[in-house]
Design a protein around this ligand. Structure first.
Ligand SMILES: Nc1ncnc2c1ncn2[C@@H]1O[C@H](COP(=O)(O)OP(=O)(O)OP(=O)(O)O)[C@@H](O)[C@H]1O
Length: 731
């Protein structure tokens, strides 16, 4: 018998050590990661040291559960695993060819054929390493047919408990109707002008729903007014708080905090929130609401929770809760289960939590898809009769409710499972950014529906859309024509390839500049060199850096992949070569002027966060001898310091990479005037519907889609991501 075979005659799965041998063979063919094998080995060793018998199946499944976490799944569903084992572990014959003289490892399907789901569940339930109740702590947790690494089970549990405790009970609703509904109705009347009401119904409903609950989700696509709505909601909450007289006779004001998962997302919300607050008719609101009652400063979640650095936990937690009454989290789709659990733990029991975001975007980089799962059926407005009546009473506009029966089959069960939660979820459905003719808007809708629209694709391919362009660019062409077409495009953004050469477009009564490429910011830098001198002031250098950073952010190349010819790494090399003269590279080395840099890990000492973008600028500084010299410095716009420019010597930046191209994952929370989305040459499971939707919706005015053939785009939108989780709010 080969060392990779199990003696299935003794026990269907052999012994624990035989399972470890099998996992080692899976590791050799890259079916699992070193970390997954290490986790399973540690588990087995721990039990051995404690003289406890561990079930072989537990050893095996612990590695699979660990491996699935790396794909974002919070747990594994054993029922699904027995139905489709190859979706969990699939060892292709080709991957074992390099095991010279060794037999191919046993595949999961073969292994499971000798046992059954119920047998497997029985073994797990009786195993010392698996807990079946929330009270017992063991490395693994089993809930129904879902197997978790315990830590993740507890994250989900905390989230579900925290949300459940915040949903209004019938008596809360009665008390709200009695004490606050009048003030809310008045506030909604003031905040939503009659002339805007045609398209603002869902915004008014969102305000009404969120005002009566201590947990609410407001979701919607780009430009549907999430920020506008939440600002009005906060004004309404302050108005209610100010109107409802406390026992001491004074109206109370709420302490509100605004947060986003990344510095970039926080900075973007900062910009849009202050303009929304300025437009509020606060003087007309009951309850004396002042402009300072609505916060305009947005922080990262890490900062609000008081991050103590990697794996050190947070200053604010259940023992030391945050002194806030309302927490709003924007771009909540980026928040993973561990962060969401930390947030919920750090809130006082009576504090409100409002999640804002686009449920259809890519989920968090780490495990979970909290917003997507909680808001899954939001577009159906799954409101009860009571909720519908309440919404109409508060806003004067009926809610359009779609019944479960009208929901697509795959959504109906989930929608009815979370029916109580659904009464606290609002979806904004009208885009104020993209009109009906916008290519970006139509493409985003098509991708979301997951159904191809051949007329729209035809328009895209034949340059009939004002704001969207498809560029077939095959980099493998021997004559280099594919690469050349791409390089030409990224230099100037190819305005001539858009309808009417990109001229004369208006959006929201604003004139839109034709699309640009990276040439725009590089020209600015070149021009500055003749203007700025050794005696130029710091303010002048800051102004240049600000201008260059703003200009760089007008265009961004996004790629679905990191590796491969169409991945971020290869694209960065290609673009560097095309955009930066060889003489400059030779003279200035790797920190050449105009090199855009992306911070890839939080640096608490420098105050830089993962996702921050900086620019290398060669500027004059005074050296220790008091002489002026021109050196490479990296300029960043500070998220903490009202957008002030901060300069760093390159040697202080430990975790940075070139960012001519950025992965779509990293681009979440950012927005660019012109986004250029590059698809890979082959179908890849990573290229999902959510990824394509996220890429397209990063574009504010212009999108170009670059791909070697149009099959990849079409296949991607039929490939939705389904992250496994057991997050359920309704009992
Ligand atoms: N009810 C409304 N009537 C008119 N214009 C509106 C309304 N709601 C929002 N807008 C406008 O639509 C634009 C987008 O609004 P907002 O920034 O609130 O949307 P968002 O969903 O937060 O966008 P993003 O996708 O950037 O997160 C803004 O210019 C805003 O002023």
């Amino acid at each position: 018998m080969s060392q990779f075979e199990l003696d299935l005659t003794a026990s269907p799965l052999g012994s624990a050590s035989e399972c470890l041998q099998l996992l080692t063979s899976w590791r050799r063919v890259d079916a699992i990661r070193p970390l997954d094998l290490a986790f399973a080995s540690q588990l087995a060793q721990m039990c051995e040291a404690a003289k406890l018998r561990i079930e072989p199946i537990t050893v095996l499944l612990s590695a699979i559960a660990s491996q699935h976490l790396s794909d974002g799944h919070v747990c594994i569903d054993l029922r699904k695993m027995f139905e489709r084992p190859e979706r969990f572990i699939n060892i292709a014959p080709a991957s074992s060819q390099h095991l010279v003289a060794e037999q191919a490892p046993i595949n999961l399907r073969q292994l499971l054929a000798s046992t059954s789901l119920s047998q497997c569940l029985k073994s797990l339930e009786s195993c010392c390493a698996v807990s079946t109740s929330a009270q017992n702590m063991a490395p693994l947790a089993l809930k129904g047919t879902r197997l978790y690494l315990s830590r993740y089970y507890h994250y989900e549990l905390k989230i579900a408990q925290g949300i459940r405790a915040r949903l209004p009970t019938p008596s809360d609703i009665n008390a709200f109707s009695h004490d606050c509904a009048g003030a809310l109705k008045q506030a909604i009347d003031v905040l939503f002008e009659q002339k805007d009401r045609l398209y603002a119904a869902s915004q008014m409903h969102a305000c009404a729903l969120a005002a009566r609950s201590r947990f609410a989700i407001i979701t919607g696509g780009p430009g549907t007014g999430k920020t506008t709505t939440v600002v009005k909601l906060l004004a309404a909450l302050q108005s209610i708080a100010g109107s409802v007289t406390a026992s001491d006779g004074a109206g109370k004001k709420l302490n509100i905090a605004l947060a986003a998962p990344t510095g970039k997302a926080a900075a973007r919300l900062n910009q849009s929130i202050s303009s929304s607050v300025k437009r509020l008719p606060l003087a007309q609101l009951p309850g004396h609401v002042g402009v300072n009652d609505i916060p305009q400063k947005v922080s990262t979640l890490h900062r609000i929770l008081g991050s103590r650095g990697a794996s050190q936990g947070f200053t604010y937690n259940k023992h030391n809760p945050l002194a806030i009454d309302v927490l709003v989290i924007d771009e909540a789709s980026m928040v993973d289960v561990s962060m969401m659990a930390a947030v919920i733990e750090a809130l006082k029991p009576d504090a409100r939590l409002i999640l804002l975001g686009d449920k259809d975007q890519l989920a968090s980089v780490d495990a979970g898809a909290v917003l997507g799962q909680l808001a899954e059926g939001a577009h159906l407005n799954n409101y009860s009769k009571d909720t519908s009546n309440y919404l109409e009473a508060m806003t004067g506009v009926p809610a359009l409710v779609q019944s479960d029966a009208q929901a697509p089959n795959d959504q109906a069960s989930k929608v009815s499972t979370n029916k109580t939660l659904a009464q606290n979820v609002a979806m904004l459905n009208h885009s104020f950014r993209f009109d009906a003719n916008s290519g970006i808007g139509q493409l985003a809708k098509m991708v979301n529906r997951g159904a191809l629209d051949s007329r729209l694709l035809d328009d895209l391919n034949n340059k009939r859309l004002a704001d969207a362009l498809s560029l077939q660019s095959d980099f493998s062409k021997e004559d280099g024509a594919g690469i050349q077409a791409f390089v030409d495009h990224i230099k100037d953004g190819s305005p001539r390839m858009f309808a009417n050469e990109g001229k004369g477009r208006m959006q929201n009564n604003q004139h839109i500049e034709p699309p640009v490429g990276y040439g725009a910011y590089l020209s600015l830098l070149d021009a500055a060199q003749s203007e700025l001198r050794p005696d130029s002031s710091d303010e002048q250098w800051d102004a240049l850096a600000q201008k260059v950073l703003d200009c760089f952010q007008r265009f961004q190349v996004l790629s679905a992949m990191r590796n491969g010819p169409y991945g971020v790494e290869a694209l960065n090399i290609m673009m560097q070569k095309a955009l930066i003269p060889a003489a400059k590279l030779a003279a200035q080395g790797s920190f050449y002027e105009g090199r855009p840099l992306l911070v890839t890990r939080n640096d608490y000492n420098l105050g830089l966060t993962n996702g921050d973008v900086g620019m290398v600028i060669w500027r004059y500084v005074t050296n220790k001898q008091g002489k002026s010299e021109r050196v490479a410095r990296v300029a960043f716009e500070s998220e903490q310091d009202d957008g002030k420019i901060r300069w760093f010597s390159p040697s202080r930046l430990l975790e940075v990479e070139t960012v001519f191209a950025m992965t779509v994952h990293k681009s979440q929370g950012s927005e660019f005037e012109h986004a250029c989305f590059v698809l890979p040459e082959r179908v890849n499971p990573v290229v999902s519907k959510e990824l394509v939707y996220t890429a397209i919706t990063r574009a504010k005015y212009w999108i170009s889609i670059v791909s070697p053939n149009d099959r990849i785009f079409k296949d991607a939108i039929k490939n939705p991501i389904n992250r496994e989780s057991g997050l359920e709010i309704d009992d």
